[in-house]
Write a protein that binds this ligand. Structure first.
Ligand SMILES: *Cc1c(COP(=O)(O)O)cnc(C)c1O
Length: 379
C-alpha cells in the first residue's frame, strides 16, 4: 500500500460490535473477564488499549516497521530507549539536538552512569572516533533542531555495523511521509507525535517503531513497566490527525520553500537554513534520503541583534509566538530564549544558534499571507 492509503487505513478496522468506521475511544481502565484468565486480549489499559493499539499499528505501518509503541510524550518515548541501556554503557549523540533530549540525557541518565558523547554528525568520522565496545546507542536527529542540519543516516548505520550499538533516529521533523529511517538501516525510529503526526497542536505524545523483535520486546516491557502511556482520547485525536498527514506535508513543503526563497532575498536576513538550497551543506543527502525538504526553517538577522529578533517575533500577526512545531498553524520562535535555553551558551554558539536566530514552523495557510506577515515584521 502507498503512503496516503496507509495513513487512512492502516491499523484501523470497523468496530466489531457496531460497525463504527472510526476507532472508538475506549475510555476504560479495565476489561471484564469471563472467568479467571479468560479475556479478549485486554486486561488493563496501561498494558493494552484498543484505541492505542490501532494508533500503534498505524504509525508502525507508516514507518514501514513491524512494532509500534506510543508514549505520553516524545521525551517519554526517548526515556524508554535509554532504559534499555545499563550503567557503564555509552551513547554517541548528535550535538545539534532538541533541547529536551539534551536535558534528559545529561540531567537524568548521566546520573545512572551512562556516558554521552555529543558530536557533529555532518560526516560519520566523529562517530567512528567515539565508537567502542561500550557504545550501545547512536542517537541521530535529522533534520536537526533548530539549525536544520542533515545527517546521512546510511553513513551512520554503516559505521554502527561494526559494533553492537543500536541506531535510533528522531524523525520528528521529517515525518514518515518524507523520510523512513528503518528503510535506511536504522534500528528504531522515534517521533514526538505532538508535532506533525498529531498535526493540530492539541496533543502531547511520543512513539517508537522498530522491526527488531528483541528491541520490541524490551520496548513493550518498559512501556508497561514504566507506564508512560497516552490515554485513549489522545490516541483517537492522533489517528484522526494522521489521516491528512500526506496532504498537510505536501503543503508544509510548498510553503516552506516559498518562505525560504523570500527570506533569502530579504536585505535584513543574514542566513537562511533550509535544506532545499543547493548551497546548504546537507542538500545532497537531504535529496537522497528525503522526499521533500519539510516546513521547518531558521534564519538569522544582519547584525545579529537579539532585540531586533525580539521585535520581529513580536510584530508578526499570522505567525504565533510559541514553542512546538508541526501544526497546521504557522509558529515563530526564538531558540536562544525558548526551545534551547537549556543548552549552555558556549555549546549553543558552537553549532550556530546565535542571538538573532529565528525559527519558523511553516503551517498550511496561504503562503502569500505568511510572506506578507514576515515582510511587515521585518520592515
Ligand atoms: C518536541 C520534540 C521532542 C520531544 O517531544 P515531546 O512530545 O515534547 O516530549 C523530541 N525531539 C524533537 C525533534 C522535538 O521537536
Amino acid at each position: 500500500m502507498k503512503f496516503g492509503t496507509k495513513a487512512i487505513h492502516a491499523g484501523v478496522k470497523a468496530d466489531a460490535s457496531t460497525g463504527a468506521i472510526m476507532t472508538p475511544i475506549y475510555q476504560t481502565s479495565t476489561y471484564v473477564q469471563e472467568e479467571v484468565g479468560v479475556h479478549k486480549g485486554y486486561a488493563y489499559s496501561r498494558t493494552q488499549n484498543p484505541t492505542r493499539d490501532a494508533l500503534e499499528q498505524n504509525i508502525a505501518a507508516l514507518e514501514n516497521g513491524t512494532f509500534g509503541a506510543c508514549f505520553g510524550s516524545g521525551l517519554a518515548a526517548i526515556d524508554c530507549i535509554l532504559k534499555m541501556l545499563n550503567p557503564g554503557d555509552e551513547v554517541i549523540s548528535t550535538n545539534d539536538l532538541y533541547g529536551g533530549t539534551f536535558r534528559l540525557f545529561t540531567t537524568i541518565f548521566e546520573k545512572y552512569d551512562i556516558t554521552f558523547h555529543f558530536v557533529g554528525m555532518s560526516g560519520a568520522d566523529a562517530v567512528k572516533e567515539h565508537l567502542n565496545d561500550k557504545t550501545k546507542l547512536i542517537w541521530v536527529e535529522t533534520p536537526t533542531n533548530p539549525m536544520i542540519n542533515i545527517v546521512d543516516i546510511e553513513a551512520i548505520v554503516e559505521v554502527a555495523k561494526s559494533s553492537s550499538a543500536m541506531v535510533c533516529v528522531d524523525n520528528t521533523f521529517a515525518t514518515p511521509y518524507l523520510q523512513n529511517p528503518l528503510d535506511l538501516g536504522a534500528d528504531i525510529v522515534m517521533h514526538s507525535v505532538t508535532k506533525y503526526l498529531g498535526g493540530h497542536s492539541d496533543v502531547v505524545m511520543g512513539a517508537l517503531v522498530t522491526s527488531n523483535e528483541d528491541i520490541a520486546k524490551e520496548m513493550y516491557r518498559i512501556q508497561n513497566s514504566s507506564g508512560a502511556v497516552p490515554g485513549p482520547m489522545d490516541c483517537f485525536l492522533v489517528l484522526r490527525g494522521i489521516k491528512t498527514l500526506h496532504l498537510r506535508m505536501q503543503r508544509h513543503c510548498e510553503n516552506g520553500e516559498k518562505l525560504a526563497v523570500f527570506l533569502k532575498e530579504h536585505p535584513k536576513v543574514e542566513n537562511v537554513y533550509w535544506p532545499g538550497f543547493e548551497d546548504h551543506p546537507g542538500h545532497a543527502t537531504a535529496k537522497n534520503q528525503m522526499k521533500g525538504f519539510g516546513g521547518m526553517l531558521s534564519f538569522s538577522l544582519v547584525g545579529n541583534n537579539k532585540q531586533q529578533a525580539f521585535d520581529v517575533v513580536k510584530k508578526v500577526k499570522v505567525f504565533a509566538l510559541a514553542e512546538s512545531l508541526g501544526g497546521v498553524e504557522s509558529l515563530i520562535g526564538h531558540p536562544v530564549t525558548m526551545t534551547h535555553a537549556a543548552i549552555p551558551k558556549e555549546e549553543r554558539e558552537k553549532i550556530g544558534i546565535v542571538d538573532s536566530l529565528i525559527r519558523l514552523s511553516v503551517g498550511v495557510e496561504d503562503a502569500e499571507d505568511l510572506i506578507n506577515d514576515l515582510k511587515q515584521a521585518l520592515a
